[in-house]
Design a binder for this molecule. Structure first.
Ligand code: TXA
Ligand code: MG
Length: 342
């Protein structure tokens, strides 16, 4: 039986909430990417998430709640800085890692003593969580290792028949996953960058107040942020990064090896939509124009990688973007896609 994809109107959200309450899986839109939801405090329901995604059991999940008071259901206590950050950035694309409360099962946190929580800024997600009346665990709704889904179709491509319902709320606004910030220590530590940038956090908390996990230097980095251990965001094609303007030179080498090659480069300032080709050819390099502004680039990125996979790309040569503002999380995701390649 095909998984129902339903326009996320009030009736569909009510039904979805009913399904979640029985322990089933429902995919739903958030402002970042689509999530694959299950009752966070129900071990069997959460087990279904790991099975559907093919997710390694050592990679913990984010718990989604609809209001600040619900933090008490999942966190052992709420550090003052977490309360302030929540008031400032929620609902929004910021996940806070907090001391884990006793109600949260091991399977959600991969046995860690912390739990990741956020309030998503999407009316469908919020209404769904309210209707369920309990915290909802939700990783991105892709098969493990694939780019996160930014449209309901992407979820269907990866998880059809593995979920009870997909709520279609249209394309997501941000397009990349939330910022993850650990606030269990003396100083906040950025574990994953996202649309709430380090600068945003430091404007609010004070200059120099946020540490960053360096996966290359920090020996315990992958213990603190298990997501870093795993291959991520990778399309089926091989991804090669290069400096702006160098795309076609790099592509020529791959073309000579007989690959189907595309070059992704930013279009002119003012270009806000992605310009995709209808088909790719084996004998020549195809250009893909990415939106110019980081905010538009981020929104289109994962959908673009998926579309090019579908068209049969063998090699994606991607020109780097400046690491400022949203450019940082964009480059982070591109680097992981490139690491997972080849
Ligand atoms: O934007 C998002 O965050 C989306 C939407 C659906 O909310 N969710 C998402 O979930 O991206 P996922 O599972 O794909 O990524 C969760 C990240 C992983 O890198 C995981 O390791 C990390 O959060 N994480 C979860 N719990 C953690 C914890 N207790 N300590 C450290 N990192 C944690
Ligand atoms: Mg994910």
């Amino acid at each position: 039986m095909q998984t129902p994809v339903r326009v996320a109107d009030a009736a569909a959200i009510r039904e979805a909430a009913g399904l979640l309450r029985t322990g089933a899986l429902v995919a739903f839109p958030t402002e970042t990417v689509y999530g694959l939801g299950a009752l966070a405090l129900d071990v069997r329901a959460v087990g279904r998430i790991f099975a559907a995604k093919g997710r390694p059991p050592d990679n913990p999940l984010i718990v989604h709640v609809s209001h600040l008071d619900a933090l008490a259901d999942v966190a052992a206590h709420i550090p003052e800085v977490a309360r302030r950050l929540g008031q400032r950035f929620w609902p929004g694309p910021l996940t806070l890692v907090l001391p884990r409360g006793p109600a949260v099962p091991d399977i959600v946190t991969a046995g860690l003593s912390t739990v990741a929580v956020r309030i998503p800024a999407h009316p469908v997600a919020l209404e769904l969580i309210r209707a369920v009346g309990a915290p909802v665990a939700a990783p991105s709704a892709n098969r493990s290792g694939r780019p996160s889904p930014t449209r309901a179709e992407h979820v269907a491509d990866d998880l059809a028949q593995r979920v009870a319902m997909i709520l279609d709320g249209g394309p997501t606004e941000v397009g990349i996953e939330s910022t993850v910030l650990d606030v269990t220590g003396e100083r906040p530590v950025l574990l994953r960058c996202g649309a709430v940038t380090r600068t945003d956090l430091e404007i609010f908390l004070g200059p120099g107040s946020v540490d960053e996990l360096n996966i290359h230097q920090d020996r315990d980095a992958s213990l603190r942020s298990p997501g870093l251990r795993h291959r991520h965001y990778a399309p089926a094609a091989q991804v090669q990064l290069c400096a702006p303007g160098r795309g076609h030179a790099v592509a020529a080498e791959a073309l000579a090896r007989g690959e189907i090659v595309v070059v992704l480069a930013r279009g002119e300032p003012g270009l806000t939509e992605l310009i995709l080709p209808e088909r790719l050819s084996k004998g020549s390099v195809t250009s893909v124009q990415m939106p110019h502004a980081p905010i538009d680039y981020a929104r289109e990125l994962f959908g673009c990688l998926r579309a090019l996979d579908r068209l049969g790309a063998g090699v994606m040569v991607i020109e780097e973007v400046p690491r400022e503002g949203l450019g940082r999380p964009i480059m982070d995701r591109l680097e992981r896609a490139a690491e997972g390649s080849g």
